[in-house]
Design a protein around this ligand. Structure first.
Ligand code: ATP
Ligand code: MG
Length: 400
């Protein structure tokens, strides 16, 4: 298995060339910004004419991800291609890789797209996951060990994100009902674990196998969606942080991965870690790197794609990231005839050390990621105090 395919030489792709991305969401937008800052042109393939990345890119191809003509146009424009979301069809990446360097490789994306393959990969790498069972057939459903796995979470093997495609089940009857509600598609049932906290590691791996990583992030989720990321040396015990980095490195090396990879973990009360899932791309929990580190996760994505040198990132400021979901535009609830009202940005931006990112999405909706706010500052205390104030102004819960 090779991390990069379709590239005849190991020569770097230098600024002035065009970098392509499959997917036009906010991650593609921030990739385009990073690439453009370094002097690259960008090309985005996304079916949505108003896609956040398409609107800031030099080229925007409006076709479906599997459209052969669209892929050919992308290959014609771009000198190398990456992806910004894992549900892009792996065959599209394979198709592009015939003509252009593509990273991450389709084989790595295919594993990340499927929780069953993903967990098997973690196990192969010696990284433990939560106890789970694969449920693809009625026989496997009937064979579930209730003692071991309930209460649990039934997750569809494919196409889940932000907690979608997940159902919490306490009894066998609920499990049967949940699998039927999911359309009897392949699923995994995971034991519900008592989480001490959640964390993630973002790393970049080059074509030569070199790995650099950011310090592990501590993440708080609300309703299955990332809400807050905190990154500073006191955010978790050192042994947990080191264990997470080691596991993420093994997972990336085991895939012969090229690109930016995020691995999400659950930390348990006894100090142990289990891996949750991976994202074969920059991750929401790494957005703080744009202001708090000397190189961002998006710049590392550019560097890995272009075959440029990787340097170890240095975090120069403690950081707190608050996600801005569409809910903030509906302080009095969403419903028929209720118009969205933008949060009071002027007041929020008066808080020292705030960096506002809005993704240019036209319609706010509950649960939709509209942007994020990163807070940086000289000390952890000041950053946390300012983040709490910003949260209060936005109507978000206070920091724990
Ligand atoms: P995303 O892709 O946005 O990260 P997702 O839809 O793929 O999310 P998961 O990461 O599997 O979903 O789960 C979302 C959240 O649900 C986790 O971050 C965690 O808070 C909770 N969760 C998931 N699995 C478990 C588990 N086995 N035990 C306890 N909590 C869990
Ligand atoms: Mg997740």
């Amino acid at each position: 298995m090779s991390g990069v395919t379709g590239h005849s030489a190991d020569l770097p792709i230098l600024p002035g060339a065009t970098l392509g991305v499959l997917g036009g969401g906010q991650l593609g937008r921030m990739f385009a910004h990073a690439a453009q800052r370094m002097g690259y042109f960008t090309a985005v393939l996304d079916p949505d004419a108003d896609s956040p990345a398409g609107r800031v890119s030099h080229h925007h191809i409006h076709t479906d991800y599997a459209d052969v003509d669209g892929l050919a146009r992308l290959a014609g424009l771009a000198d190398a291609v990456t992806t910004e979301f894992e549900n892009v069809p792996a065959p599209s990446l394979e198709h592009l890789a015939v003509a252009r360097p593509v990273s991450p490789a389709a084989s790595a994306i295919a594993i990340a797209q499927d929780r069953i393959a993903e967990k098997a990969h973690f196990t192969r790498c010696g990284v433990p996951c939560a106890p789970y069972a694969v449920i693809e057939t009625a026989e496997q459903l009937a064979a579930v060990d209730e003692q071991l796995l309930l209460p649990g979470i039934l997750k569809t093997a494919r196409l889940g994100y932000d907690g979608k495609g997940q159902q919490r089940v306490k009894t066998r009857a609920e499990l049967v009902e949940a699998w039927q509600a999911a359309g009897c598609v392949p699923c995994v049932l995971e034991k519900m674990l008592p989480l001490e906290f959640e964390c993630s590691v973002i790393l970049a791996r080059g074509r030569d196998g070199q790995i650099v990583h950011f310090p592990p992030q501590r993440n708080l989720h609300r309703d299955g969606i990332l809400a807050v990321t905190e990154v500073h040396p006191q955010n978790m015990p050192k042994t947990v942080a080191q264990g997470a980095v080691n596991s993420a490195r093994s997972i990336a090396s085991g895939l012969d991965y090229v690109g930016v990879l995020c691995v999400e973990f659950f930390a348990l009360a006894d100090g142990s870690l289990v891996v949750n899932e991976m994202a074969p791309r920059p991750h929401n929990s790494g957005h703080y790197t744009m202001e708090a580190c000397d190189v961002s996760q998006f710049e590392l994505q550019v560097r890995t794609l272009a075959g440029l040198p990787l340097t170890a990132p240095r975090q120069h400021s403690p950081a707190v990231m608050l996600n801005l979901l569409g809910d903030l535009w509906f302080p009095d609830g969403e419903g028929d005839g209720i118009k969205p009202v933008a949060p009071r940005w002027s007041e929020v931006l008066a808080v020292p050390g705030t960096h506002l990112h809005l993704y240019g999405k036209l319609a706010p909706r509950r649960g939709r990621k509209m942007g994020h706010l990163t807070l940086t500052g000289a000390t952890l205390e000041s950053v946390r105090a300012n983040a709490s104030q910003a949260a209060l102004l936005l109507g978000l819960p206070a920091l724990a």
